[in-house]
Design a protein around this ligand. Structure first.
Ligand SMILES: Cc1ncc(COP(=O)(O)O)c(C=O)c1O
Length: 380
């Protein structure tokens, strides 16, 4: 969770004092400043701030032209928003198992591709990068778009790239629980100017007098209002400046805890980029061991995490939208059926796995003491 302090307070105060709380695109504006710094950090051509991660995913899909008749491959372990966003643009989510890394299984991904698949949403859950090397290879081979859900992983590295900056579009959330936060908020990054222009159109109702970006988008189309406010922009700009230090702090604690848990023989969950890892989890042989270990301070069993587990996505499993005729499943090119066991491998892993907090709210001396407690298997 990104810490909010005096600097964010001053940032928000400056935005309030300017009297201009709605975003505009003039020089020196807070959202625009944040976007240009975010794009520069990520090595992307463009960034767009929006009001949530859900909006970022929805606008990215709309920008990519995903819609009725399309299937979107989504990790089965994620916040419900990743699977709801395709529905919001009229497409259907197809769930893909996660593997031992707790991220999208490239093998299952390839098995679930059909002639109707248009896009993939790999999710970098709990700061764990997906196997983007293999996912990008599969996507290119099948000519599929990759919309990274990096909502939980801003600032996390995958080799020499940032999560979110590898696929065609990257999406972030800045709600209360993320690495960076303004309470709520989101962003899209991309280096595809046409896609960016369409996302811009979608996030601001296609109001073409507001900005020059729309000139790249072709004819304007109806969108929504997903604009971020200048207060959010000002706070997020401050948070972005703090992000590298925050991740360094997480990395230091990861190293310490990883060493302690490994030394104690705990089954640390594999990670796709151990040299940059800032997320620690353990996967036991049995569910009972995971339940016992979850009794430790800072440990949570992944299966107990409500709407992050697909079996709790009632509205999606039952294909319910706000209106009976707004039914993406009826528009799909083939019958789509969901059942509780469709990603049984994922459920098994979530039942046996626990997330271990990096305890970054504590100084290292306290973390060293807590690491000793975390090195025992049973509840302390
Ligand atoms: C993986 C993932 N995707 C998408 C979202 C949606 O973000 P928001 O809550 O900002 O709409 C979240 C938020 O919790 C998330 O964790």
């Amino acid at each position: 969770m990104g810490k909010i302090g005096l600097r964010e307070w001053f940032g928000a105060g400056r935005a309030i004092a300017s009297g201009d709380l709605i975003r505009s695109d003039g020089p020196g504006q807070y959202c625009a400043g944040f976007e240009s710094r975010l794009a520069a950090m990520m090595g992307s051509k463009h960034a767009l701030s929006v009001n949530s991660g859900t909006s970022a995913l929805t606008a990215a899909l709309a920008a990519a032209g995903v819609g009725p008749g399309d299937e979107v491959l989504v990790s089965a372990y994620t916040w419900i928003a990743s699977a709801a966003a395709p529905v919001l643009v009229g497409a259907v989510p197809i769930l893909v198992d996660v593997d031992e890394s707790l991220t999208m299984d490239p093998g299952d991904l390839e098995r679930k591709i059909t002639p109707h698949t248009k896009a993939i949403i790999p999710v970098h859950m709990i700061n764990r990068p997906c196997d983007m090397g293999r996912i990008m290879q599969i996507a290119r081979r099948h000519d599929l778009l990759v919309i990274e859900d990096a909502c939980q992983a801003i600032g996390v590295r995958y080799g020499d790239q940032y999560c979110g900056a590898i696929g065609d579009v990257g999406t972030f959330s800045f709600n209360q629980y993320k690495n960076m936060s303004a309470g709520e908020g989101g962003a899209i990054i991309t280096s595809d100017t046409g896609l960016f222009a369409r996302a811009w159109n979608y996030h601001d109702l296609g109001v073409d007098f507001r900005d020059q970006h729309l000139s790249y988008a072709g004819a304007v189309f109806v969108g929504s209002n997903m604009r971020s406010s200048e207060i959010q922009g000002a706070m997020l700009d401050v948070q972005l400046g703090k992000l590298p230090r925050r991740l360094k702090r997480m990395r230091r604690r990861y190293e310490l805890l990883f060493e302690a848990l490994t030394r104690a023989g705990l089954p640390v969950t594999p990670h796709h980029d151990p040299d940059n890892a800032v997320s620690l989890a353990v996967t036991f042989e049995t569910e009972a061991e995971a339940i016992a270990y979850a009794g430790h301070r800072g440990v949570a069993r992944l299966f107990d995490n409500s709407k992050h587990v697909y079996t709790n996505w009632d509205a999606i499993l039952n294909k319910r939208t706000f209106h009976p005729r707004m039914d993406p499943w009826a528009w799909a090119a083939r019958p789509i059926e969901y059942d509780l066991d469709m990603c049984a491998g994922t459920l098994d892993l979530l039942r046996r796995s626990c997330r271990v907090s990096l305890l970054d709210q504590y100084p290292l001396t306290v973390v060293r003491v807590l690491a000793r407690a975390l090195s025992g298997r049973g509840t302390r």
